[in-house]
Design a protein around this ligand. Structure first.
Ligand code: ZN
Length: 391
């Protein structure tokens, strides 16, 4: 029941110095400069974090946990995610979403998978709905879903400015936002509207108009895929400078297919250089969604699957290649999503929070050990807990 992480340099995500961390059950029990265990106390596991960084478990706010895709026909529907697809990326909390397909993928299926992942040891929430408006909910109402169903914390991903969008009117999007807002207020949840942004010319127009013409605050929205085009990226900078949150998608099939400047790591650096507050930026993986892949001539050769492991990889690249401060880079996958989604026991290393912790090698910045709800999932790079059907 007790674990002691010794001698690590702790980023909470703000740097708090060299500390020992005592884990009691599934919580962070005690943090101090030095914690010494009485010699006759044998029932404690000590994890040596000398020369290591100790950081909060990562939060991935946009994952197709039951699979996604299907845009190339039925056989391109991607499979369900497995536990270690998540934990090997240092991710200890995921938000499950449906995507384009709200017909063969259902909310019942999404909620069952979210519960399965919880049984397997990590934390999993879900948003209600898919790309479509009217939103297909569990209870018939977005507001009721958020208030009455424990692991539903918001709505999305609703598609806008995309040829696959259900082309909702301004009033329809406004209704979605108002239901999510009231649902969130009455349940103490985020009630965030996660918006899938396509590459269409309307970009963030609807959201900007809602903020300008109504009482809904800009912080009700978390638009994602903001890095998908230069035009959308520019609009995203404005949105963030006005106080909005913007989310960047880390999954790509091949590094080659993306120019360096369009990588999330470089986008992060550019945002900070443009005066955007670090607190307004998040990364998510779009994990288990489908991704088209192209050969060296740029021809379509098939579909790949988005990886949750891409989430921390982009953060690491931001630190190593773009010289973004470790504290800042970590925030986009720890404290920021926790604050925006109101996950009050997540995103920070502090006493009484859930014991979700990642230990990183100080020099390579590679993931060494992953602890979720007090349980060691990955130790020294080795998988300790597998999903129910994993070999
Ligand atoms: Zn999307």
């Amino acid at each position: 029941m007790l674990k002691l992480i010794k001698n690590g340099e702790v980023y909470s995500p703000d740097y708090i110095g060299k500390k020992d961390i005592l884990i009691t059950g599934d919580k962070i029990g005690y943090i101090a400069d030095s914690i010494n265990i009485p010699e006759d106390f044998v029932n404690i596991e000590v994890i040596d974090a000398t020369d290591k960084l100790v950081v909060p478990g990562f939060i991935d706010s946009h994952v197709h946990i039951v699979g996604g895709g299907g845009e190339g026909g039925y056989k391109t529907r991607t499979p369900e995610i497995q536990l270690t697809d998540i934990t090997t990326g240092g991710v200890t909390t995921v938000i499950g979403v449906l995507g384009t397909d709200g017909t063969t993928r259902t909310m019942s299926n999404l909620l069952a998978k979210a519960r399965a992942l919880r049984e397997e040891g990590i934390t999993c929430y879900a948003h209600t709905g898919s790309y479509q408006v009217p939103v297909r909910t569990v209870t018939g109402s977005i507001q009721d879903d958020i208030i009455l169903i424990e692991n539903i914390i918001g709505v999305g991903e609703i598609a806008l400015s995309d040829h696959r969008s259900s082309q909702p009117t301004f009033e329809e999007i406004l209704k979605v936002a108002s239901e999510a807002r009231v649902g969130g207020i009455l349940s103490g949840k985020g009630g965030v509207v996660n918006i899938h942004m396509g590459s269409g010319k309307r970009k963030l127009d609807f959201l900007e108009r809602i903020v300008k013409d109504t009482e809904i605050p800009i912080t009700q929205f978390l638009p994602t895929h903001i890095g998908r085009s230069e035009e959308l990226f520019k609009a995203g900078i404005e949105f963030a400078l006005n106080g909005g949150f913007i989310d960047f998608t880390t999954s790509t099939v091949k590094e080659k297919s993306k120019s360096k400047s369009s990588k999330c790591s470089s986008r992060l650096k550019m945002l900070l250089d443009n005066g955007v507050s670090i607190n307004n930026i998040t990364f998510s993986s779009d994990g288990q969604g489908s991704l088209p892949s192209f050969n060296e001539h740029g021809n379509f050769v098939g579909l790949g699957i988005g990886k949750v492991t891409s989430l921390y990889k982009e953060v690491k690249d931001a630190i190593i290649e773009e010289n973004v401060e470790i504290e800042d880079a970590l925030k986009v996958i720890t404290s920021n999503p926790a604050n925006i989604l109101k996950l009050i026991k997540k995103g920070y290393i502090k006493e009484n929070n859930d014991a979700d912790i990642v230990v990183l090698d100080k020099h390579s910045m590679d993931i060494v050990t992953v602890i979720a709800m007090g349980q060691v999932m990955i130790q020294n790079g080795e998988v300790k807990v597998k999903g129910t059907f994993e070999e």
